[in-house]
Write a protein that binds this ligand. Structure first.
Ligand SMILES: [Zn+2]
Length: 139
């Protein structure tokens, strides 16, 4: 999946995951894949996070369309600790590969979402039972 730099894809994924630690039962955001829309819908179902990714052929009109008008390109469910840990690991590996300056240079319109990653890591460590290592040296 390739998202255009016009949307803040990594930040949206990290923020959307973090939203599921409060009262909110779902989070949604989209990647602009010019001309497609790639719409992510995260839902809390029992103790799991259901992830459904839809594609729409024309982002010029699709933001007003219901999910059911899109084509499902991905659907999976994960325990929240597993999903959040994977999102954090992905964010950290991006940062390690590019560092903040490199990230901004490549992504151009958006800096690396340091604060959002820190918030998600704090929520994950506080509220999830996760025995995997957490790289606290990583911003
Ligand atoms: Zn973890």
């Amino acid at each position: 999946m390739i998202a255009s730099y016009c949307t803040d894809a990594l930040a949206d994924l990290v923020a959307g995951t973090g939203e599921l630690y409060g009262q909110q039962r779902s989070a949604r955001f989209f990647f602009d894949a010019e001309p497609q829309e790639i719409r992510w819908v995260l839902r809390t179902v029992d103790d799991a996070i259901d992830v459904t990714v839809y594609t729409f052929s024309d982002i010029a009109v699709s933001p007003d369309l219901p999910d059911s008008d899109g084509a499902v390109m991905w659907q999976s469910a994960h325990p929240r600790p597993t999903f959040a840990h994977a999102v954090l690991t992905a964010a950290h590996s991006v940062l390690k590969e590019h560092d903040e300056a490199g990230y901004l240079a490549r992504w151009a319109m958006h800096p690396y979402p340091v604060a959002l990653v820190q918030d998600l890591r704090r929520l994950h460590i506080r509220d999830d039972v996760c025995d995997l290592p957490h790289d606290l040296s990583c911003p």
